[in-house]
Design a protein around this ligand. Structure first.
Ligand SMILES: [Zn+2]
Length: 292
């Protein structure tokens, strides 16, 4: 589906309002971008609340991050380097979102990755969320810190800073940010209630299969999460954490290095409706499984 430049700018403003209203950023924080082609990007301006942007504020930059076009005083976010790193490493990515959602960012501050497999939707659509090493914003330190994770993940926590999510379009990238925060919130509450119970490995494998059936675009670190399961033991009842211990995988960061699922083709036209349809279908399947 063809979108005019104006429609893309309007979409960036709309996502800005949602991110601001969801409390994922404070004041002028956060930045997001959309790729038109490898040498053309629309980027949110710096020094502006993302909740109150208008289309004329959105900047156009080239593949080196140089300004191509802007109205009045607006300048593109100095964090665009971090976005470019994602686009250059992942040709399937067409939109990048950076925000500071408070619970997920608290995990990034505490140094706790979101690597517990606790909920079907989070496993199917998001996978795990690792933490990239701390870097000074606007320098090359953050883009470099992403390097180990870009091929296996679609959302990354930035140590002591925030979160980064990306996808085949702006809505997908935003939903991944929303899912990251929701997942962090659930894990946080479960820990206050005495700790999470993970979904057993054999069940995780079924969810990863469902993900393939739904053709969810993006990358996923879990295909080989439990080597026992993937060696053919469908009845494996270890939690992924126990499996990691048994098979010598020490931490979530170690998911990296596993053979990821092949990147799926991005659905086009992709819209809210597609994602809502997929979510409804997953919810139905999960309920069917539970009622068996
Ligand atoms: Zn930030």
């Amino acid at each position: 589906m063809f979108k005019s430049d104006y429609e893309i700018k309007k979409e960036l403003c709309e996502i800005g309002r949602r991110i601001y209203n969801d409390g994922f950023v404070a004041a002028n924080d956060g930045n997001f971008s959309v790729q038109i082609d490898p040498d053309t990007y629309y980027v949110t301006p710096t020094g502006v609340s993302k909740g109150f942007m208008t289309p004329d504020m959105i900047c156009k930059v080239d593949g080196q991050g140089n300004l191509k076009e802007s109205n009045g005083p607006w300048k593109p976010s100095s964090e665009f380097k971090m976005h470019l790193k994602v686009y250059q490493s992942r040709p399937d990515v067409k939109a990048v979102v950076h925000a500071h959602p408070p619970i997920a960012t608290s995990f990034a501050i505490a140094g706790i990755p979101l690597d517990k497999l606790i909920m079907p939707e989070a496993i199917i659509f998001l996978g795990a969320v690792p933490i990239a090493q701390y870097g000074t914003p606007s320098t090359m330190e953050i883009p470099e810190s992403l390097e180990p994770y870009l091929q296996d993940y679609d959302a990354i926590l930035l140590a002591n800073h925030g979160a980064l999510s990306f996808g085949c379009d702006l809505n997908t990238a935003f939903f991944r940010m929303e899912s990251t925060e929701f997942y962090a919130k659930l894990l946080f509450h479960a820990r206050m209630l005495g700790g999470e119970q993970e979904i057993p490995c054999g069940e995780v494998k079924k969810l990863v299969e469902l993900r393939k059936q739904f053709g969810v675009p993006g990358k996923h670190p879990m295909e080989k999460l439990c080597p026992g399961c993937y060696a053919g033991d469908d009845t494996c009842s270890m939690s992924p954490t126990e499996a990691n211990e048994k098979y010598g995988v020490e931490s979530s960061a170690a998911y990296h290095g596993f053979q990821p699922l092949p990147s799926q083709v991005c659905p086009t036209p992709s819209s809210n409706k597609d994602i809502e349809g997929i979510v409804a279908e997953v919810t139905k399947k999960v309920l069917e499984q539970m009622n068996k």
